[in-house]
Design a protein around this ligand. Structure first.
Ligand code: TRP
Ligand code: SF4
Length: 326
């Protein structure tokens, strides 16, 4: 399969289990069989965090190290930082000329984020243009497949609309990229809601075992199980949702012990915490090795940039020609 794949992560802090199951595992498979571009979307982070960009550099470095420790291989995938590729910014400018305002105002994340991030004043030109920037990210390497979560589907649809409009105005130039929707189950955070940094309910890949244990022990369980003697319903417990992923060989037994009050929630959680910790041991070791070699992340980003740059230059050259800007 010679497909070209691209996906970007906003540098917002450490990667967590939600990222691992939702997207990272897929990226690891794809790097074996496709030509992959994985980039740090720091301009995208700036659209919401422009008032305090002080941690963007650290977050960028941490995210690259998390990728590498998880198994993303810079010899297989091209890893770069968006802001190192100014071709993307020029391309976004051209795309913004042909993108009607109404298309952007219609994107659901625009209104939702406005409400959620109240106080951060993101009624800005940059934030409204977020999906146009994303289209530029995707099209600058002519990506065919984009692995994303469900929340990103409207952005992908907008990219396809922009492609159709571009081709209509200037002649057939781009193919419509397809979204590769994650089939991973929803990963619950410690409060039972979807695991997400913005809820502060995440278990990070680099959390030490004690921290994992503390977080798992704090998890919300079946509310009907008030005492050790009350039977529980595993279907109503997010601890059990995680057991499905981490204790697959014992799910039946665990469900039974819950339903018959054969064990307490604390015991149940201890088992889960142990499994999650064990599954992340190799990650923690690789992460430590990488940290011990300062500069690693920046070297990876630099060599990725060298690989993506000629492609971006070629595509931008064609865009300029098509739009009479050569
Ligand atoms: N919007 C994506 C997110 O919030 C990040 C992103 C930016 C992206 N550009 C992209 C994802 C291009 C896929 C392709 O997660
Ligand atoms: Fe959840 Fe386990 Fe308690 Fe059942 S025993 S409610 S599965 S934590």
């Amino acid at each position: 399969m010679a497909t070209r794949i691209l996906t970007g992560y906003r540098p917002t802090g450490k990667l967590h289990l939600g990222h691992l199951h939702g997207n990272l595992m897929r990226m690891m498979e794809l790097q074996e069989e496709a030509e992959c571009f994985f980039f740090i979307a720091d301009w995208h982070a700036l659209t919401t965090d422009y008032q305090d960009p002080s941690r963007l550099r650290t977050f960028t470095e941490e995210m690259v190290l998390d990728w590498l420790a998880a198994g993303i291989d810079p010899d297989k995938a091209t890893i770069y930082r968006q802001s190192d590729l100014p071709e993307v910014a020029e391309f976004q400018l051209y795309l913004s000329m042909i993108t009607p305002l109404g298309w952007l105002e219609r994107v659901p994340s625009f209104k939702e984020q406005q409400e959620q991030l109240r106080g951060r004043e993101i009624a800005t030109h940059g934030f409204l243009g977020y999906p146009v920037l994303q289209a530029a990210d995707i099209l600058i390497v002519r990506a065919e497949g984009v692995p994303v979560g469900e929340d990103q589907l409207p952005h992908l649809e907008l990219t396809r609309e922009i492609v159709r409009r571009f081709n209509h105005l200037y002649g057939e130039t781009f193919a419509e990229p397809q979204s590769l929707l994650s089939t991973a189950p929803r990963i619950p955070g410690t409060d039972g809601r979807k695991m997400s940094k913005s809820y502060g309910n995440q278990i990070s890949l680099s959390d030490p075992p004690e921290e994992i244990r503390r977080k798992v022990l704090s998890m919300i369980t079946d509310p009907a199980r008030r005492t050790r003697r009350d039977p529980g319903d595993p279907g109503k417990c997010s601890v059990f949702e995680l057991h499905r992923l981490y204790t697959g060989d014992r799910v039946e037994e665990i469900a039974e012990k819950c339903r018959t009050a054969g064990w307490g929630c604390v015991e149940c959680k201890e088992v889960l915490a142990g499994r999650i910790s064990d599954s992340l041991r190799a990650f923690r070791e690789r992460r430590k090795e990488l940290e011990a070699r300062p500069g690693t992340a920046w070297e990876v980003l630099e060599s990725g940039l060298r690989k993506v740059r000629p492609i971006a230059g070629e595509v931008l050259g064609e865009v300029r020609r098509r739009m009479g800007m050569d």
